[in-house]
Design a protein around this ligand. Structure first.
Ligand code: FE
Ligand code: FE
Ligand code: ZN
Length: 277
């Protein structure tokens, strides 16, 4: 089963997003929990959320990925910025209890010169403050390109965060294909080796979702710029290898490429063609 979808806008509400997903042939999708460049949230509409929940079940969707605003930084030098990240993520997770069984993805953060070890400690510390044993959402750390002081460009860094988190069953990883490639993992030519490394360092059971993007910049560039599928350094063959890899089967794949709905519809249809049942 290929769970394939894309990033959608929540601006018209939750159920409307589910219908948009159906209209483009998606059976998973991702959306921002709130304004991605700020922290302003929509009013909570639990009726709309449960309408989406029913639509997902009726149409056998794979798990969704809810993306935290990317301005959050859980390992900022500024304690106020760290507190804001904790507050926003906790509130998002509380809201997501009305849409149970999905994933919440966030960028680990940039340590801003404090050092990777301290950044990792602060990220884990935040997670230990906010994760609850009873929560129905698994929180995902996104693999990063490793630009500047970004934490999460190496599998070892994600593994160390998870090591320091108490509620390990509430934490997983979302692999962004553009980011890992930019970080230096050759998922086009050496996918088996990269996944063996992931398994040895983090454990493949922690891999819960994939952001499926081609990369404008070459292997190891540490530059995060998504290309449309087949138009970047991974190419159509790289992407085909990824969606068909036996160890990645069944994961939700979400496109974060540059399209409106019709473009996403075409990209999803192309990927369904490239998928071997
Ligand atoms: Fe992201
Ligand atoms: Fe991503
Ligand atoms: Zn990116």
């Amino acid at each position: 089963m290929l769970y394939i979808g894309c990033h959608l806008s929540v601006s018209k509400g939750f159920a409307a997003m589910g219908k948009a997903a159906l209209s483009i042939g998606a059976n998973t999708f991702q959306f921002f929990s709130r304004n991605p460049r700020g922290t302003k949230a929509r009013p909570l509409d639990t009726a709309d959320m449960s309408r989406l929940d029913s639509l997902l079940k009726e149409n056998r969707f794979g798990p969704l990925v809810i993306h935290a605003p990317y301005i959050l930084n859980a390992c900022s030098k500024d304690p106020g910025v760290r507190e804001l990240a904790a507050r926003v993520i906790l509130e998002d997770l509380e809201r997501l209890e009305h849409l149970p069984g999905n994933y919440y993805n966030f960028h680990p953060g940039s340590h801003g010169g404090q050092g990777t070890a301290e950044g990792i400690r602060q990220i884990a510390d935040m997670l230990n403050q906010i994760l609850r044993p009873e929560q129905k959402t698994i929180v995902l750390l996104e693999t990063m390109a490793g630009h500047g002081t970004e934490v999460g460009g190496r599998f070892e860094e994600l593994s160390e965060i998870i090591d320091q988190v108490e509620l390990k069953d509430k934490i997983g990883v979302c692999l962004d294909t553009c980011h890992v490639f930019a970080a230096g993992y050759d998922i086009a030519a050496q996918l088996d080796t990269v996944l063996e490394g992931f398994d040895a360092i983090i454990g493949l059971e922690k891999l819960k979702a994939v952001h499926l993007n081609d990369s404008v910049h070459p292997l190891g560039s540490r530059k995060d710029r998504h290309a449309n599928i087949g138009e970047g350094e991974l190419g159509k063959s790289g992407i085909t290898g990824i969606i068909n890899h036996p160890k990645l089967r069944g994961l939700p794949f979400n496109l974060e490429t540059h399209h409106e709905l019709p473009g996403y519809k075409a990209e999803i249809a192309m990927l369904r063609e490239l998928y071997q049942d």
